[in-house]
Design a protein around this ligand. Structure first.
Ligand SMILES: NC(=O)c1ccc[n+]([C@@H]2O[C@H](COP(=O)([O-])OP(=O)(O)OC[C@H]3O[C@@H](n4cnc5c(N)ncnc54)[C@H](OP(=O)(O)O)[C@@H]3O)[C@@H](O)[C@H]2O)c1
Length: 250
């Protein structure tokens, strides 16, 4: 008989932030295809999250579109409450929303620093804090943080962004061992240069970067496929998995 932690995502309740973005949209569609019941959370672009919810409704799946500014420390608790009210206890948390204002070298003011750390690091922790106790009680849970290769190599956005993403790795390593015995896995996926996102809009053939060994930028669907593989694997935990076209060994 198939054990619960080896079963698929059909019927699982998922909270996906950044659902209005490039990676969030691709991942949201993969989750719908897998039969998950998803709370799609947007920042300012609620209409994009609503579109995903409508796609799920069309094939008879429960879904809800939510919105909120994750720089506000009260938003994570509210989003979890609204998602739980609509779908029941959260089985899968994917804090995918990210804030990446480019700043050159040291030119990062405290407002930019604080907002970046609030959205990219504090909010994922506050969301995890809200959902983990019920996951442990139910002996099933999946957390996948969306990091960045910038956490390893600095990257092109700036020190505030790299530091916020590196902080997620600490969060993975702090949380995963504490919950592993309760059926809850905690991992991060760290992509680089994913086009067709707001962070890296569509690029033409001529602009392909020779700095990416595979010779092209990544696609949101490729990030989504890797996240889905992580979600399906109950033996994979406490890992940061790179997806970067060979830019960096991790
Ligand atoms: N694209 C890349 O090359 C790349 C590389 C490495 C890592 N990543 C990471 O991948 C994740 C997804 O980004 P993406 O590439 O899909 O970029 P994107 O298209 O710009 O999407 C970013 C998402 O984050 C949401 N968001 C931003 N600030 C927010 C806030 N204050 N409150 C709530 N939501 C907020 C946006 O919501 P609204 O638009 O509704 O405001 C949007 O849904 C991010 O964590 C990013 O750091 C991306």
């Amino acid at each position: 008989m198939m054990r619960l932690e080896e079963s698929g995502l059909a019927g699982r309740a998922v909270l996906l932030t950044g659902a209005s973005g490039g990676i969030g949209g691709a991942l949201g569609r993969r989750l719908i295809s897998a039969g998950a019941r998803v709370a799609f959370a947007a920042g300012g672009r609620y209409a994009e999250a609503k579109l995903l919810a409508e796609e799920a409704w069309e094939i008879g799946l429960d879904a809800v579109a939510l919105e909120g500014d994750l720089a506000d420390p009260l938003t994570p608790e509210r989003l979890v409450q609204e998602a739980t009210d609509a779908l029941g206890p959260i089985d899968v948390l994917i804090p995918n929303a990210g804030y990446a204002p480019r700043r050159i070298r040291l030119a990062v003011d405290t407002r930019t620093w604080d907002r970046t750390l609030a959205v990219n690091l504090r909010a994922p922790f506050l969301l995890a804090q809200e959902v983990i106790p019920a996951m442990m009680a139910r002996r099933y849970g999946r957390l996948v943080f969306i990091s960045s290769t910038a956490a390893f190599i600095g990257g092109i956005v700036g020190p505030h962004y790299a530091a916020s993403k590196a902080g997620l790795h600490g969060l993975v390593h702090a949380l995963a061992p504490q919950v592993a015995g309760h059926g809850v896995t905690v991992n991060a996926v760290a992509p680089a240069l994913i086009e067709n996102t707001r962070m890296l809009p569509s690029l033409t053939e001529g602009s392909l970067s020779p700095a990416v060994p595979v010779g092209r930028y990544g696609r949101p669907e490729e990030v989504a496929d890797l996240v889905m593989a992580v979600l399906h694997n109950g033996y994979l935990t406490d890992q940061v998995i790179g997806l970067n076209g060979g830019i960096h060994p991790r």
